[in-house]
Ligand binder design. Structure first.
Ligand code: FES
Ligand SMILES: [Fe+2]
Length: 480
């Protein structure tokens, strides 16, 4: 199959897969396409190898912790995880830990999760709950939800403790799309990460009609992966692996003709079309439109009648209307205003360093990757299904996280479609082999495709840039 693809190169990064592009396909849809999906933004970012050391070295992981994780905006939780005053949620990354609370005034604040007496964490890692005060479990020093020190047992012994100076240190927070973001950095002006609004780049504009704040968490999975967090994220930044890893999809999904975009420092995107056939599949094996519709509907809704595709339309158009109706009934909504692409395609935005948002209807995913302790070969991968809130207004509570250990299969997760469980198992199985190969390889770096893997390159470049900026800043501070 692969010999179908013989790109002709002009300048590095200019070559594209022969056949219809994502843009061509979307422009042929029976519905008008929202303008963000017609935007293209690619520039060649180089073709040098990415050293394996950046994935395997404990010293590099330590530099990431120091200079990158401590200075970037990360989604900590959803607003609905802490709906009432007194609700809290603990977000941990590396050694850093934040307690995010909703105060009596309804506003959200975040605090460093460590007591100012002898350092004990105020709340255990990865917990959520309700408390009107933040009380240390060791000796009982207590802060209110604004961070004011309100109780100090045996105060007579601490005449040197001034309550104003012992307010609990806050962490910067920001809200977007129903997510609460935190940034552990106190905001040195020359560093890359400014306010959240700036950091988000094109996201607010692109997501104007895809408000993720109007969704709820239907499924939440946390899985331990035996792999570096960047290598794991990379596995979800390209559709290049579909042919080999998810070969069951090639008849009904685009891959080599996916579109890749880099929007400034922190945001990248891919779009790959559904209800189209991979350009890898030779002409004599490609299903016609009616056969493709049959395959898609048999997979999703066995037993439904497969309608005739009207003249002038394609499987995509009919399948999108079908899914709008199926999902409209399932989620008490009217989705008929959505375009074909918004309804069925795989549209994935990545926000540096570790968050992924899919605004589409049929694939409404969010991911995040975080190092799991100091070992660069371990990470935690979270998957959320974000469904539209029902019109009835009765919004389900956010799903409790379902934990999977390294060898547990996604197909055991209640509420997750089996087909998606299988895809995620395929994705994560590759990662252990890649981690071993990083170490056993004679060649010392990964060689990326100029176009299809530009998002992986961009991610690595940004990490490197944060580390370099952080070191420069540190040097300035020590010489000042
Ligand atoms: S360590 Fe927190 S009160 Fe003593
Ligand atoms: Fe995949």
């Amino acid at each position: 199959m692969t010999d179908q693809i013989t790109p002709v190169s002009v300048n590095p990064g200019d070559a594209r897969c022969p056949g219809p592009s994502t843009r061509d396909i979307i422009l042929g849809d029976s519905t008008p396409t929202p303008s963000p999906l017609l935007t293209e933004s690619y520039t060649f970012e180089g073709d040098s190898d990415i050293p394996y050391e950046e994935f395997t070295s404990p010293a590099y992981a330590q530099a990431e912790h120091e200079h990158m994780w401590g200075r970037t905006w990360q989604w900590a939780c959803r607003e609905e995880h802490i709906p009432e005053p007194g609700d809290y949620y603990v977000y941990d990354v590396g050694d850093r830990s934040a307690v995010i609370v909703r105060g009596p005034d309804g506003l959200i604040k975040a605090f460093h999760n460590a007591c100012l007496h002898r350092g004990t964490q105020l709340k255990p890692p990865a917990t959520t709950g309700f408390s009107t005060k933040l009380r240390c479990p060791f000796h009982g020093w207590t802060w209110d939800l604004d961070g004011a020190l309100v109780d100090l047992p045996c105060e007579w012994d601490f005449p040197h403790v001034d309550a104003d100076e012992f307010a609990l240190p806050q962490i910067r927070t920001g809200l977007w799309g129903g997510f609460v973001f935190v940034n552990f950095d106190d905001c040195a002006p020359e560093l890359v990460a400014g306010p959240l609004e700036e950091y988000l780049g094109v996201l607010p504009e692109h997501f104007q009609d895809w408000n993720l704040g109007d969704r709820y968490v239907e499924v939440h999975i946390r899985k331990k992966l035996p792999a570096n967090w960047k290598a794991s994220a990379e596995a979800f930044l390209e559709a290049y692996h579909i042919l080999e890893t998810h070969s069951q999809s090639v008849m009904t999904a685009g891959d080599a003709n996916a579109q890749y975009d880099v929007f400034g420092d922190h945001v990248t995107r891919f779009i790959h079309t559904i209800a189209t056939t991979s350009p890898h599949v030779p002409a004599e094996k490609r299903p016609d439109e009616q056969a493709m519709l049959q395959m898609l509907m048999a997979r999703k809704n066995a037993g439904d009648d497969v309608p005739e595709i009207p003249t002038g339309e394609r499987a995509r158009d009919v399948y999108a209307r079908h899914m709008q109706s199926v999902l409209g009934k399932a989620y008490d909504n009217d989705f008929s205003h959505l375009s074909v692409a918004e309804t069925i395609d795989s549209i994935e935005y990545h926000l540096f360093p570790n968050a992924f948002f899919f605004p589409g209807l049929q694939i409404p995913l969010c991911y995040r990757f975080r190092p799991d302790g100091p070992d660069p070969d371990k990470c935690i991968y979270e998957v959320l299904y974000l469904r539209p809130k029902p019109q009835s207004g009765k919004v389900p509570e956010p799903a409790e996280p379902f934990d999977l250990d390294v060898n547990d299969s996604y197909t055991t997760v209640p509420g997750l479609p089996t087909s998606l469980g299988q895809v995620l198992d395929q994705d994560t199985t590759n990662l252990a082999a890649q981690t071993r190969g990083f170490k056993s390889s004679k060649k010392r770096g990964q060689t990326l495709g100029n176009y299809q893997e530009v998002r992986a390159r961009h991610l690595q470049d940004m990490v490197r840039r944060y580390i370099a900026d952080g070191r420069t800043h540190q040097q300035k501070e020590t010489t000042a």
